[in-house]
Structures are given as structure tokens and as C-alpha cells.
Design a protein around this ligand. Structure first.
Ligand code: F6R
Length: 270
């Protein structure tokens, strides 16, 4: 059995392995550009679902390059981010709002009113209503055309930690210990990492028309293999993507190391 059919036999989500994260980011940015341009021609906005963290940074760099060097305009783009730390204001240096401005929004021509992130400072008794309105805004915009995802070591997409159901919607969630440990360096110590976040749910994410999950580096290899080859389970939220019609994984070589087609020699994969 060659490696391609091994991939088909074991991998339950179409998975592309790229030479590098920048090659993957360029390929993804090209698709997003085509979507934006197609929507422009139809006179409609392109609705993008965006992620934060280190993973999408090369993708955002490429979008900025396309804007600066090739004239790609974001005037007709509406964005919905996956999540925000609960307790952080938009001016906090580690808020996802700040991150998105630094990494993307401040460098392109997207109108401010087209940018949406959950609020990290909505009072506790208004969280439910805030989350309901976030869902409503996504629907009113026509739904997400293209959702970008990273994956946490817990298997989370957005901040849907283990135990999140397939039907879950935007809500406040308690962050997993591993997730808080992974964020500790950014906050100068685990004790400073917020305990809660507001995140789109798995169900919210699965409503997107197209989804690409990106993952780079060896420390994601184990969870990528569980999401791509393992059973669909709420223990690994990303495994729910197996049930989405168009979801794909874009990974680099290091993140592919635990996939059966890479791990086992060809004569074994049969
Ligand atoms: C961020 C998000 C998370 C991250 C994940 C990976 O908006 O929703 O699911 O994508 O935690 O983070 P990085 O990319 O920093 O490894």
C-alpha cells in the first residue's frame, strides 16, 4: 500500500502535509484571497472565522503581504474571532482583541465595525445573553464562509476543552490546566493566566461552510493524530471535524510525525 492510500485508509479528515508552516500559510491565504475576490464580484461580504495563538501568525503575515504588495482589499470582509479570555479588557496586552490588531487588523483595510470578538469584560450576569447575541450576529451575517482553526494540546478548537459537546454554542468555559500551562509564558506565570474564556462552541464552528485547521511542530503531532485518525469523541474536540463535510487539516512535517502514513514503514501500512 503506498502512502497516499495509507492516508485514505487511516485518516478521517483530508490532511495536507506541507514542507513548512509558511508554505501551508501561503496556500491557505491563496484560498482565502480567492473567496474574498469571488464574494466581491457577487457584491457580498466574505465572512471569516479567525483564530489567535502562534499558529495563524504566518497566515496573517501572508494576508498582510497580499494586501500591501498585491492590493488585496479587506473592505468587504467581516470577521468573527473564536474566543477571548474572560476578565481581560480589549486594551490588555494579552487580550485576543489586542493580538488581532497587532497581528492583522492594524495592517489591513478592514473597517473596524466589521470586526467581532466576544467581550472579555461582559458582567457575569450578562454572559449568557452576550453569547446568544454573538451567535445571532454570525447568523445575521450569513454564517461563516471560511473558519480558520488551530488546535490545543488538549485537542481543543476555539477553547472547547475536553467534554465540550458537538452541539455546544458560544459560552463561557473553564480553561484546562494544560491550556493554562501552555499560556503561562505569555502571562509570566500560570497563576496569571485567566481561568475562563468565552468561546464559540463546537456546534458554532461546525456550521462554517469551509474549515481549515492548521498545526505546526512536534508538540502537536500526538493530538493531530488523535483528531485525524482516532474516534470522534468529546475527549478531543477537534475530532468532531471528521463529521464536517469540507473540514481539512493543513500541517507541517513535524506535526505529521504521529500519523500512521508517516510513522510506520510502507510494508507495514496495509
Ligand atoms: C485561539 C484558539 C485556540 C488555539 C490553540 C493553539 O483563538 O482558539 O484553539 O488555536 O490553543 O494555540 P497555538 O496556536 O498558540 O498553539
Amino acid at each position: 500500500m503506498n502512502r497516499r492510500s495509507a492516508a485514505e485508509a487511516y485518516e478521517k479528515v483530508p490532511t495536507s502535509i506541507f514542507e513548512s508552516s509558511s508554505a501551508a500559510a501561503a496556500s491557505l491565504a491563496k484560498e482565502v484571497r480567492e473567496l474574498i475576490e469571488a464574494r466581491n464580484k457577487e457584491g457580498k461580504p466574505a465572512i471569516l472565522g479567525l483564530a489567535t495563538g502562534s499558529t495563524p501568525v504566518p497566515f496573517y503575515r501572508e494576508l498582510i503581504r497580499l494586501h500591501r504588495e498585491e492590493g488585496l482589499s479587506f473592505k468587504n470582509v467581516i470577521t468573527f474571532n473564536l474566543d477571548e479570555y474572560y476578565g481581560l479588557g480589549s486594551d490588555h496586552p494579552e487580550s485576543y482583541y489586542r493580538f488581532m490588531c497587532d497581528q492583522l487588523f492594524d495592517h489591513i483595510d478592514i473597517p473596524k465595525e466589521n470586526i467581532h470578538l466576544p467581550s472579555g469584560t461582559v458582567p457575569g450576569d450578562q454572559v449568557f445573553e452576550h453569547c446568544r447575541q454573538y451567535e445571532e450576529m454570525i447568523d445575521a451575517a450569513g454564517g461563516v464562509d471560511f473558519q480558520i482553526l488551530g488546535i490545543g494540546r488538549t485537542g481543543h478548537i476555539g477553547f472547547n476543552e475536553p467534554g465540550s459537546s458537538r452541539e455546544s454554542l458560544t459560552r463561557r468555559i473553564t480553561l484546562d490546566r494544560i491550556t493554562r500551562q501552555d499560556a503561562a509564558a505569555d502571562f509570566r506565570g500560570e497563576e496569571n493566566v485567566p481561568r475562563f474564556a468565552i468561546t464559540m462552541g463546537v456546534g458554532t464552528i461546525l456550521r462554517a461552510k469551509q474549515i481549515v485547521l492548521m498545526a505546526w511542530g512536534e508538540n502537536k503531532a500526538g493530538v493531530v493524530a488523535r483528531a485525524v485518525e482516532g474516534p470522534v469523541t468529546d475527549a478531543v474536540s477537534a475530532s468532531f471535524l471528521q463529521d464536517h463535510e469540507t473540514a481539512r487539516f493543513f500541517i507541517d512535517q513535524a506535526a505529521s510525525r504521529e500519523l500512521t502514513r508517516i510513522k510506520l514503514p510502507c510494508w507495514w501500512v496495509r
